[in-house]
Write a new protein. Structure first.
Length: 360
């Protein structure tokens, strides 16, 4: 159970926990809209459903909502529904009475009770089985439940926040999630965008993580170079903000950008695929334009690698002018040249046999 203190600013909010953390909204329009929505909804008691891919910040946003709620000094109780098997989850949530099962020597309150006067955060709500979903629905309707093996109705006043990385609409269609429960938890919906859709925020997030890990590792790492920042802004970030944080931490510990740049370039060369939305319409023209752009970047990168970053030779191989290549390198956010260390690191990666793209 965490009990974070009150927020300290409107742009980056301190979550006073260990390790120290802040919530960076950044400047992207999508995050500004979320921020306004949350700021008006948080002080009410309505349930909030947070959706978003892994590592997009669902957990940290849930804590932010609690900090901005009417009961910020109350408990913040997180239940990781994915980590607790079915029957145990029911006991964990609603508690049990003495003698409810063999080994229940004393009564135990559930997390719903512990969260009374604060926030109950149900992380991975899609993982709850249909049986328990029915009991949860009942609880959400009248804030009442009984402990396992108990007869007494217990009433608690607690704010409910749920999070999932799966589109619940799909789970409903597949018969794995109750539609009535969905309507109950989805009074306010926040859909956190993947990091690749928030490239405007990468500089702020990077600066924040750099500072955080400098302090944590007691290390005076420099700010990241402009070419590396451009690479970060172009990366696809399958692991979202968690991946960015790990990468910045690696830079701080290694006190070197080269290995990290090589890693990103190698990933781009081998993984780029069309970026299709998880749900909603697919704008064919937009997606195709992006795919062509990504493919061009991949080809340029491979040809530069193959020519040891000799840009004149690469331009001639690509049958474009030297100036056109320089322009495309800049457009694609690739570094203008490659330091010997980066070359060495990339060679080491290629030598492991992990699918280096060859364009000849
Ligand atoms: N907006 C943000 N500002 C600062 N740090 C952030 C932000 N979003 C995420 N982080 C950091 O990124 C990491 C991942 O965040 P978090 O655990 O909240 O993601 P998540 O969506 O809950 O991931 P998962 O689906 O895997 O549970 C954490 O270390 C968190 O502190
Ligand atoms: Mg989480």
């Amino acid at each position: 159970m965490d009990s974070p203190n009150a927020p300290n600013s409107s742009s980056a909010v301190g979550l006073d926990s260990f390790p120290p953390q802040q919530l960076i909204f950044g400047r992207s329009p999508a995050m500004q809209i979320i921020r306004h929505k949350i700021d008006s909804v948080a002080p009410t008691n309505v349930p909030v459903l947070i959706q978003g891919d892994n590592g997009t910040g669902k957990g940290i946003l849930a804590r932010y909502v609690h900090l901005r709620s009417a009961t910020p000094s109350g408990p913040f109780v997180k239940v990781n529904c994915a980590a607790i098997p079915g029957t145990l989850l029911e006991m964990e949530l609603f508690g049990y009475e003495k003698g409810a099962f063999t080994g229940a020597h004393s009564p135990k309150p559930g997390r719903a009770e512990v969260a009374s006067g604060g926030t109950l955060f149900l992380d991975g709500i899609d993982e709850i089985g249909l049986g328990l979903q029915a009991k949860l629905l009942q609880f959400l309707q009248d804030r009442q439940f009984s402990r396992l093996g108990g007869t007494e109705d217990i009433t608690v006043q607690t704010r409910i926040i749920c999070a999932t990385h799966r589109p619940l609409e799909r789970e409903i269609a597949a018969g794995r999630f109750r539609q009535d429960l969905y309507y109950r938890i989805n009074v306010v919906n926040v859909n956190l965008p993947p990091l690749r859709a928030r490239s405007e925020d990468i500089a702020d997030l990077t600066a924040y993580f750099l500072e955080l890990h400098r302090e944590r590792h007691n290390c005076m790492a420099r700010t990241l170079s402009a070419p590396l920042l451009r690479l970060l802004q172009k990366h696809a970030w399958p692991g979202n903000i968690r991946e960015l944080e790990n990468l910045v931490e690696r830079c701080v510990i290694l006190r070197s950008e080269d290995a990290v740049s090589a890693e990103l370039l190698h990933w781009d060369r081998t993984h780029l695929t069309p970026d299709l939305p998880a749900h909603g319409p697919i704008h064919l023209k937009k997606v195709t334009r992006q795919a062509v752009h990504d493919l061009e970047r991949k080809i340029i990168l491979s040809v530069l690698e193959a020519n040891r970053w000799n840009r004149k030779r690469a331009a001639s191989e690509l049958k474009i002018s030297y100036r056109a290549l320089l322009y495309k390198i800049r457009q694609a956010g690739l570094p203008g040249k490659r330091s010997p260390k980066v070359a060495h690191a990339a060679k080491a990666i290629t030598a492991t046999g992990t699918a280096a793209l060859t364009v000849k």
